[in-house]
Structure formats: C-alpha cells, structure tokens
Write a protein that binds this ligand. Sequence first.
Ligand code: 5AD
Ligand code: SF4
Length: 467
Amino acid sequence: MRKDILISEAEMAAARAAAGRVKEEIAPLGLTYHIESYGCQMNDHDSEKLAGMLEEMGCTKAADKADAQVILFNTCCVREHAEQRVYGNIGALKKRKDENPGLLIGVCGCMMQQKAAGDKLFRRFPFVDMVFGTNELHRFPNIFESALHEERILAVRDIDGEIAEGLPVLRSGTFSTNVTIAYGCDNFCSYCIVPYVRGRERSRDSGAIVEEVRSVAAAGFKEVTLLGQNVNSYSGDDGVTDFPTLLRVVHDSVPDMNRIRFMTSHPKDLSPALMDAIAELPRVCKHIHLPVQSGSNRILRLMNRRYTRENYMDEVAELRRKVPDIELTTDIIVGFPGETEEDFQDTLDLIKQVGYSAAFTFMYSPRKGTAAASMAEQVPDEVKHDRLQRLNALQAEILKEGNLKYIGRTGEVLVEGCDRRAEPMAYGKLSNFKMVYFPGGEELIGSLRTVEITANQNNSLIGRLID
Ligand code: 5AD
Ligand code: SF4
C-alpha cells in the first residue's frame, strides 16, 4: 500500500472559505437536507461527512424526505440492483423539481466515479443540480455554492485518490460509530468494481486514526468499527505500521473505548499477528468478517481471490484455536461465470464446515469494465435465484443449530434499541456479533449489560438480564 497523500491545505482552505460564504448566504433560508445512502459502511460514513458539512453551512436535517430542500443520493455500484434503485428514486423527484425549482438535487458516490457516468446522468435526469465523485467529497462546500447560484455542476476527479483529513462529521449513531483507516482497494477481484471507483489503496496516518477514536470515545461512543475495504493490508502513512500494530495502538491509547471492531478482512492477508491481537486485546471484539465468496477452488481462482479453500479452512481452524469463542461472518457470491452445480455444492459444503453466524449472500451481477463481466459462461438468472435460495435455506438451518450452544451461557450486550411490538424487548450484540433480545425498556439503550441466554429464535438469541 502506498504512502498517503493529503489533499493540499490550499484546497481544504478554499472549501472552508466556501462553507463560510454559503453559511452567510443561506442563514435566512433555514434550508433542510436529506441524504439517501446506498451500499456499504464506507458510503454511510461519507454520508456522515456530507451531513457534517451541510450542518456546518447552516442546514439542518429534514424530518422527512418530502420536506427537504436539499436531497443528496450517495450511490453504490457494486451490484446492478443498487444502481436501478438509485435511478428509480432520482426519477421520482422530477415532478417535485418542476413544482419547486429551488429544490437542490445532488448525486455522488461510487456510481459517479464510473466512466462518463456524470454526463450520462445529466442527460437522463437534466433536473439534477450537482454530480460529484468520491474524491471530491471535501470540496462539497464549493460544489454546493455553485449549485446555489444556479450553475449545474459536474465534479469528478481521477481515482488515484488522496486523503482529506479534518472534515466535519455528523455521526448518525449515538453509541456505535465508524472510523475509516484505509481507502480504496488494490485486489481487483475479477467481479468487483470497487478498485475502479474507489481507487488505489491508501492508509490513513495511525496518529490521525487514534485521535479520531479518542474523540468519539470522549463524545460518548462505546463501540468503534475500523473500516477499510481490506483492513489487513493497512500499512500506515509510513508504509510499515501493519494492521495488528494499529489495533494494539488504538486499544492501548483509548482505554475508554469499550469495543473495537474492524472490517473487512481479506483472507489472503489474515496474519497470525492479527489472530494474536484479537486473542490478546480484551476490548477487541471476538468477531471477524471474513468473506469467502466461494467454496470452490476453481471459482476462487477465476475470482482472483488468491487463496484456496484449504488455506481458508486452515485460517479458520487457527483462529478458533487462538480465539475459541470467535464468531465468523462472510460474504458469498452465487452464479459467478462458469459456476457449476458441483462448484456450488463446494460452497454449501464449506458453509456447513465453517458454521458462520451470518452470511451475506449475493447473486453475481456483471459490472462493466471488470474481468468477470466479459467471461464466457455467464450463469442464467433462474440458476442464480435457485442457488441463492438453497444457500440461504442451508445457512438458516446451520444458524439455528449453531445457536443452541449459547443456551445457558452469559455475555455482555451493548444495547442498541428496544422493540415494543409486544412485551418491550431490548436488543443488542454480544462482542462476537450475535444479536440478543431480552425483556427490557428504552432506558437500557446505550448501556453494556450482562445477559444469560435462555433460548434461540430465528437469527437471534433470547436472554434475560442478570446485572
Ligand atoms: N456481484 C455480486 N456481488 C458482488 N460483490 C462485490 N461485487 C459483486 C458483484 N459484481 C459482493 C462481494 C463483496 C460484497 C461487499 O459484495 O461478496 O464481498
Ligand atoms: Fe472488491 Fe475484492 Fe477489493 Fe473486496 S477485496 S473491495 S471484493 S476487489
């Protein structure tokens, strides 16, 4: 991973100056905004930065999308389905824009980093005011200022990205939040568009990460997730600080952060040192999201994943040896080009052997420009649907069985919310990411409580409070 390059101070200062001017200009208007975020946590976190900048410019969050005077779509292009949803939702605003030309509409995020995507979007939806890419996020105040002055603005810069530090962030959670440690991806899995739209891997300075974790802990957050497309290849801004070292530094420097999570881990880079760090650091959660994608070596090779099923299973065994109570979650793609029934059976067999506590399962979606999109032997949709259903059914069964071992055990839950549909049930996750429901009210939200598991129900566990 290369050394990070910070966006120039001059550019950041120009953005801050624009924010100041906009604030003065729109203060009397009291504008409200709505941000629609698609895709992964990286995007959600970018949306928190957009919200931070909008608030800094004097806008406030609209109670409802229907009342908002500024609407931003932060898009995802990992699968076609996400793109179609965005198009549908932008199209639905045409009538509102005709009736209220003052409505400001922006489209940003990964979809806009694709080749000529901005031009195409303006042709299809001429009523959109702003289009900007992921590498222009820090310049949003400049972009917004132009749009306010009725200029239609298209701002996308090449993906060989830099890092913008110091943007304001309006965090949407109150006790759990995300901190980005690295941007971009260099892996070029053959199905994946991310390296093309998010650019080369670049790591943030470990000092800046620690400072951010410290500041969110001081603001009352109890759980932080360190985010990157592939956290295991984090290399610091010096090119030498590896991820296990970062984890130890964050853990030891911020003792009042109760829980530290991280995602996503690429199996090819999962080191013994990381396993040791998870085992040894008490506030690092005993959970790893380790996408396997397929259980067939032939398909893994075609996917350019650079591990075999055997490597993967060895890692899982070693992880469980070092961290006996760890739970694993995964991502799986069905219907990758050339996937036969036999390959698919290998995937079913692998999930039985591993026993994931959750699997995020996807039908392969060809993405223009990626290697897999032009592979022969694309799998028909009906076959993909059928495999997805069988995979999900098997995973549900495995989960039900796997949950039984928890009955009678105790663990600590960070309470996220309360379901009031019947008897009030508080819910939250154990350190290992298992969701637990137990009788309790809103007053528990945000606290860490010890529960005893008494039963299992569908995907989650049922418990009772014992502290
Ligand atoms: N089609 C289907 N799923 C995909 N993913 C990434 N690209 C595609 C694609 N083209 C899935 C992978 C990845 C997750 C975030 O999305 O499983 O781990
Ligand atoms: Fe995509 Fe592979 Fe990078 Fe994950 S590791 S973002 S799947 S290219």
